[in-house]
Each structure stands twice: as structure tokens, then as C-alpha cells.
Design a protein around this ligand. Structure first.
Ligand code: FAD
Length: 478
């Protein structure tokens, strides 16, 4: 165990979890190869405005059975989700703020339609979009006093919000029955990080000093940054696994744990691996899906009126939407809401998803900000000041991510593939030794798309190696 060369590709949550577990279990020759110049992957906390912001994962989703919650229990790192007095507003494109009571009725339909509440989905053959559309309009029949035009506008926005939770471009791609593979952890689903963002959790895993960014704790000397792996020969005639980096550097390993995102695998797996991966693995890479969800951050000089709302959603009226779609700002249709941020009184955070998010990523930052200010002006009765600082994420364009988080699509069902095909390791045919292992959120059977799923997947693969050597040792002692 001590001398075995374990290379972990990617220092995101899965890679950090695998590496720390291996190092704590007696492996000494562990190397994380990370393409970016930082650890964390889709957990990326940066200083911004009065505190920090999370460009990727920001909430700990749930308590019971959530590895992240369990590890931080008693450490005063997480805070319960907040009820904000002004509530969440729905605003139509004629600037009308929809009555709170009406919003509440419509929202309760959507909340009850959340996939985890739907037994009817278990045997449903179609998409989540088809199921939910049918259910929404049926449930609305019980509310004859609600204006149908308004209900439609609300539903269009609600579908985007639900898609963003799945990480799908739209709900009509998402498998209805596939939703039951995902498990919610009981408890508060939107716990937020007190003060130091999601990155503080990774530092906890690494046993690194929270106040010293240069300290990597257990991972000191074990991470190589700017180390994009471009080729892995996992059956070389010399018996080693041979990894080639973008700059030509060659690294030899006995075991490789690959944690790159599903988006990266979709993009490069055919040229990354020699020999090519087994067919079942290729089918999983092809059949599991991931979409794009991006965030906007606007920092204002000082808090202003709507910042005492929890946030606001955009409800497009038919004529306005038709006009928008004919304009250069057509992508704004997929900006579904803005919200205030805990610990950050001068900040608004917005969300966009799908192909329009990918288009937004190609635009200059100033152009994106101009469009968002136009959007505020179109919907709000008060003036939004020009922010002092603006930032948007580009999770799709970055070749080290190529999307946000994975989901089960109708195509996943069609190919009859699953995360277990993604997770299956490639073993040495002679002695069953794990050669090439796969971790990362998309390999988790129930917590895919989440940071806690990524962490558990890293532990799973570390444990696979630990178990292999424990078994090996007990055989050699007999
Ligand atoms: C906008 C957004 C919001 C989210 N919100 C939440 C949330 O609130 N709560 C939650 O639980 N989860 C959330 N998630 C999901 C969560 O961030 C991910 O599920 C989790 O962080 C994935 O970790 P991972 O280790 O599987 O993958 P990654 O974090 O993608 O790690 C893989 C690493 O591999 C590196 N890499 C890629 N290619 C190569 C290569 N060729 N060579 C070397 N290195 C390479 C990458 O740079 C990356 O660091 C969110 C994600 C996004 C994008």
C-alpha cells in the first residue's frame, strides 16, 4: 500500500475525498493531477463583495445520510435556510408584481409536483416534462379563480426552476421514472455555509488550515496543478499505467482514479483512453446526461429596495416574449430568477440554464451585464443601480467541466444504462487488481449531481483500493 503509485485525475470533491481517505489509510504515493490552477472543481469559493461567493455548489442539500452534513455536525459551519420577510416575488413583463396569495397557490402546485413527491412517476415511461405538464394543468382545475394566462406564465418559469434543480436543459429531456433513482437526504435542503463558503468543507476534508490558503493539509505535496491529463495508456506492455499530460510529461501509475466530470468524458473519452473503454462504459458516458446551469453575481455599492426580498422571478407575457425572441437578447428568456445571498447584503445572484446559458457564455461580460440591466428595467418598477462589480460563470465553456451536473435523461432509459456502469472499475484480468477506477458525482447511484454524492464516490473508490490490498495482505499472510 505504501509504495503503490495512485494517480487521481481531478482535485474536485471526489478527488479530494479519495486522496485524503487513501493517505489516511496508509497509502503514501498518492498524486492528484488537476487541470486547473486550484483544487475544488465545481466547488469554487472566491472572495467577493463583503464576504465570499460560491461559483458552483453553494448549499448542503439535506442532513440525514448526507456525508457533508455528517462531517460538519457540531462544527458550526452550516446555517439553516432562511425565511426572508419580503418573500419571493413573481413579476410579469408588464411590471405587475403578482399577488402573494396567488403566487402561494401556484407555488404549492409546483412544490407538490417536485419529482420526489411523485409516486406516479415510478412506472412512467415519458419525460418528467410531459408528466408535470399534465399534472400541473389537472391540479389547476381545483383553482378556477386563477387566471389561466398568468398560470401559464408562472408554469413556464417553474419548469425552468425545476430543470435547474435537475441540471437539465429542459424537463422534456429528463426521465420521469429516472427521478426515483435520486434520493433526497431528509432535513433542510438548503443549508448554507457560514462565512467561508463551500470551499471550507474541502479544507476540512484535507485537514488544512482554514485561514491559510497556501496550506493544503494532508494534500501538501500531493497535488499537481495545471496538469491536464491528455492520454492514459492503461494496458501498456511495460505493466505501468502511463499518463501523458498536455505538456508531454509522462507519469507512471499502478492505479488511476478518474474523477473528471461526465461533460469532460463525453468530450474526450475516445482520445483520452488507450485501449478505448469497454462498451458498457462508453454507453454510460453517452447515455447519462448533463446540462448547463450558470450564475450571475451583481455587487452594488449599497443595499437597495428589492434586496429585502428573497428574490424575484421573471414571468414573460406572450407578446413581450415574442418580441424578445426576435431580438439579440433572446437568451434572456432562460434567466429565470434573481435572489439575495446570505451574508451578502449588497449582492444579487441570478440563474440561467440550457442552450441560452451556453450562448451567454460566449458573449463579452459587458454585453451580458447590459442585457441583464435591460431585463431589470423591463420588469421592475424601480431603478436598479449599475453594479460596481459583475461576474458570471461559464461552466460549459471551460474544457475542464463542459457542463454543470448530471441527470437521468429519457435517452439514459433508452440505452438502459446507469451510474453503476459509470462506476464499474476496470480490473487487471490476471489478478483482479483495480487499474482504472471512476469516481465523481455522475457515478453515484442516488446522490448524483451533488457535492455529497461526489464525496461519497471518492470514498467508495478509495475503499475499493484499500479493500484490494487488505485482501491481498491477508492472502499473503496465510
Ligand atoms: C452552478 C452549480 C451549482 C451547484 N450547486 C450545488 C449545490 O448547491 N449543492 C451541491 O451539493 N452540489 C451542487 N453542484 C454540484 C457539485 O458542485 C458537483 O456535483 C460536485 O462538486 C462535483 O465534484 P466532482 O469531484 O465529481 O467533479 P469536479 O468538481 O468537476 O472535479 C473534477 C476535476 O477534474 C479536473 N479535470 C477535468 N479534466 C481534467 C483532465 N483532463 N486532467 C486533469 N484534471 C481534469 C477539473 O478541473 C475538476 O477540478 C453545483 C454545480 C454547479 C456547476
Amino acid at each position: 500500500m505504501k509504495s503503490k503509485r495512485v494517480v487521481i485525475i481531478g482535485a474536485g470533491a471526489a478527488g479530494v475525498a479519495a486522496a485524503t481517505r487513501l493517505l489516511e489509510s496508509g497509502f503514501e504515493n498518492v498524486l492528484l493531477l488537476e487541470a486547473e490552477n486550484r483544487f475544488g472543481g465545481r466547488i469554487h469559493t472566491i472572495p467577493f463583495a463583503d464576504n465570499v461567493i460560491d461559483l458552483g455548489a453553494q448549499w448542503c442539500h439535506g442532513e440525514q445520510g448526507n456525508a457533508i452534513y455528517e462531517l460538519t455536525r457540531g462544527l458550526d459551519m452550516l446555517r439553516p435556510s432562511e425565511e426572508i420577510e419580503g418573500g419571493f416575488k413573481c413579476i410579469r413583463s408588464n411590471k405587475e408584481v403578482v399577488d402573494d396569495a396567488v403566487v402561494e397557490k401556484l407555488r404549492s402546485i409546483i412544490l407538490n409536483l417536485e419529482p420526489t413527491h411523485q409516486d406516479g412517476l415510478k412506472d412512467y415511461e415519458g419525460s418528467l416534462g410531459a408528466y408535470i405538464t399534465d399534472a400541473f394543468w389537472r391540479k389547476l382545475e381545483a383553482l378556477p379563480d386563477i387566471d389561466r394566462v398568468l398560470a401559464r406564465e408562472f408554469f413556464e418559469n417553474g419548469k425552468k426552476k425545476l430543470s435547474s434543480m435537475d441540471g437539465a436543459d429542459n424537463l422534456f429531456e429528463v426521465s420521469g421514472k429516472g427521478q426515483h433513482e435520486y434520493l433526497d437526504c431528509e432535513g433542510d435542503l438548503h443549508l448554507y455555509w457560514k462565512g467561508k463558503g463551500f470551499g471550507s468543507f474541502l479544507r476540512l476534508l484535507m485537514k488544512a488550515n482554514q485561514d491559510d490558503p497556501s496550506d493544503l493539509g494532508l494534500l501538501n505535496e500531493h497535488i499537481k496543478y495545471n496538469a491536464r491529463v491528455e492520454h492514459i495508456d492503461w494496458q501498456s506492455s511495460k505493466g505501468d499505467i502511463r499518463l501523458r499530460l498536455w505538456n508531454g510529461e509522462l507519469i507512471l501509475a499502478d492505479h488511476v482514479i478518474c474523477t473528471v466530470s461526465l461533460g469532460v468524458l463525453k468530450d474526450i473519452h475516445q482520445k483520452l483512453f488507450t485501449p478505448t473503454l469497454p462498451l458498457a462504459k462508453c454507453r454510460a458516458i453517452d447515455g447519462l446526461s448533463l446540462g448547463t446551469v450558470d450564475k450571475f453575481f451583481l455587487e452594488f455599492k449599497q443595499p437597495f429596495a428589492p434586496l429585502n426580498w428573497a428574490g424575484f422571478s421573471f414571468l414573460w407575457q406572450e407578446e413581450d416574449l415574442a418580441e424578445l425572441r426576435n431580438s439579440g437578447n433572446y437568451w434572456l428568456e432562460s434567466v429565470f430568477n434573481f435572489q439575495t445571498v446570505s451574508n451578502q447584503p449588497r449582492l444579487l445572484q441570478g440563474w440561467i440554464l440550457g442552450p441560452h446559458a451556453r450562448h451567454m457564455e460566449t458573449l463579452a461580460e459587458a454585453e451580458v451585464l447590459d442585457a441583464l440591466l435591460w431585463l431589470f428595467n423591463k420588469f421592475l418598477t424601480f431603478e436598479v443601480p449599475t453594479p460596481v462589480r459583475f461576474l458570471r460563470t461559464r461552466w460549459y465553456t471551460n474544457p475542464n467541466f463542459r457542463g454543470s451536473y448530471s441527470f437521468r435523461s429519457v435517452y439514459t432509459d433508452e440505452l438502459r444504462t446507469s451510474s453503476s456502469d459509470m462506476a464499474t472499475p476496470i480490473l487487471d484480468e490476471r489478478d483482479g487488481k483495480p487499474l482504472l477506477q471512476f469516481a465523481g458525482e455522475a457515478t453515484h447511484p442516488h446522490f448524483y449531481s451533488t457535492a455529497h454524492g461526489a464525496v461519497e464516490s471518492g470514498w467508495r473508490e478509495a475503499q475499493r483500493l484499500i479493500a484490494h490490498y487488505q485482501e491481498h495482505n491477508s492472502h499473503s499472510q496465510k
